[in-house]
Design a protein around this ligand. Structure first.
Ligand SMILES: [Mg+2]
Length: 367
């Protein structure tokens, strides 16, 4: 399983619809980096890192490719299936930048799965959940627009879990919440996600409204300190997202009891290996997870489904299909969402085969 070559591809992914979030942030396309790890024994592993633009989380597409240039030479000769050692090597050679390491880590898991002819979900603990409830990501907008977006997701794709993005402007958001809740159907789950857009005072006002409903409030404020302060002033279940950067935040959350749910984005915590460890500890501490990534194609989506499929059912709130709004398919034959659910990807390893026509030319190769 000795790594003999790492190829890097750049995939430009136009979005089907412009995506809008608090603070006036908008996105129309994603710049994804796909990694192919080639081993001496002939096994090939695929990985991907796709930041959601340069202004959502620390990390950007050019940073992925620059980080790979820094890291890749040290990985040639390492054994892809000795993944903890690969991660140690990456940490020795580059401090931080987990979103870069995430692509290599994913490719190594893929190699390991293929080499032992098992899907990743088995290697990650066992396949518990084959059908995974997908959360629909509803961009912020007026009450009328958000209601019609939810209706479209509900009627066209069968979604029953909605993550409604709040704009950060209470004058817009509070009527939108009321309008959405008036039309909520039995069995549906709602998350209201402010993406750090509120002041503590406005977050508390919003929590007062949300506490009248059976919903979750996600990442309302910017800092951990504000987030923890909010926890002690409202009864609404809180989900942490952008400020959850990995193991360190996890221990703070557990120690402070500052929330009940974690939006676990694989890239943000440095890859599947680290996400699995966090997943396991969170389960022991009763923290429920929405398993996601920052963005990406069906390659990243496969990693999400394997991690979620191997998580105890009660601890998987939902998953996010990061490719739902992509205007290009990297894995052509990948199945889509049916009745609001995704089936976890079968096949060995990640179970995906990217289309070479979409990958295009190799932009960098290390051997
Ligand atoms: Mg979020």
């Amino acid at each position: 399983m000795e790594i003999v070559r790492i190829d890097v591809y750049r995939v430009d992914i136009p979005m089907l619809h412009q995506y809008t979030m608090s603070g006036g942030r908008t996105w129309n396309r994603l710049d994804s980096t796909v990694v192919k790890v080639v081993t001496r024994s002939g096994f090939v592993g695929w990985g991907e890192s796709c930041p959601w633009g340069p202004n959502y989380l620390p990390g950007f597409a050019l940073g992925v490719r620059a980080g790979l240039e820094e890291l890749a030479p040290s990985l040639i000769g390492a054994k892809a299936n000795e993944i903890d050692i690969v991660n140690e090597l990456m940490d020795q050679n580059l401090a931080g930048h987990g979103y870069v390491k995430h692509a290599v880590d994913m490719a190594c898991w893929d190699v390991w799965g293929k080499s032992v002819q098992l899907p990743l979900s088995v290697l990650l603990g066992g396949t518990r959940n084959v059908r995974l409830a997908v959360v629909a990501s509803v961009p912020s907008g007026s009450a009328k627009t958000m209601v019609s977006t939810v209706e479209k997701f509900r009627s066209e794709h069968g979604y029953a879990v909605f993550s409604c993005k709040l704009s950060g402007d209470p004058n817009n958001d509070f009527p939108a919440i009321e309008a959405l809740m008036e039309r909520c159907r039995p069995g549906e789950k709602y998350i209201f996600d402010a993406n750090r857009g509120y002041t503590l005072a406005d977050a508390l006002r919003c929590a007062n409204i949300l506490s009248g409903y059976d919903v979750v409030f996600e990442q309302p404020v910017k800092s951990y300190e504000e987030f923890a302060a909010l926890r002690h002033r409202t009864t609404v279940p809180l989900m942490i997202d952008e400020i959850f950067s990995g193991m360190e935040t996890m221990w703070r959350v557990i120690g402070d009891k500052s929330c009940e749910m974690i939006n676990l984005k694989i890239a943000k915590v440095g890859g599947l290996s680290k996400a699995r460890l966090i997943r396991d500890i969170c389960q022991e501490h009763g923290l429920v997870l929405s398993i996601q990534c920052c963005g990406g194609s069906e390659i990243t989506r496969a990693a999400i489904t394997h991690l979620a499929a191997s998580t105890r059912s009660a601890y998987v709130h939902s998953i996010w299909d990061c490719s739902e709004n992509n205007g290009v398919k990297v894995v052509r034959e990948a199945a889509g969402i049916a009745d609001g659910f995704l089936e976890h990807t079968s096949g060995f390893g990640l179970g995906v085969e990217p289309d070479p026509r979409v990958l295009g030319e190799v932009v960098a190769s290390y051997c």
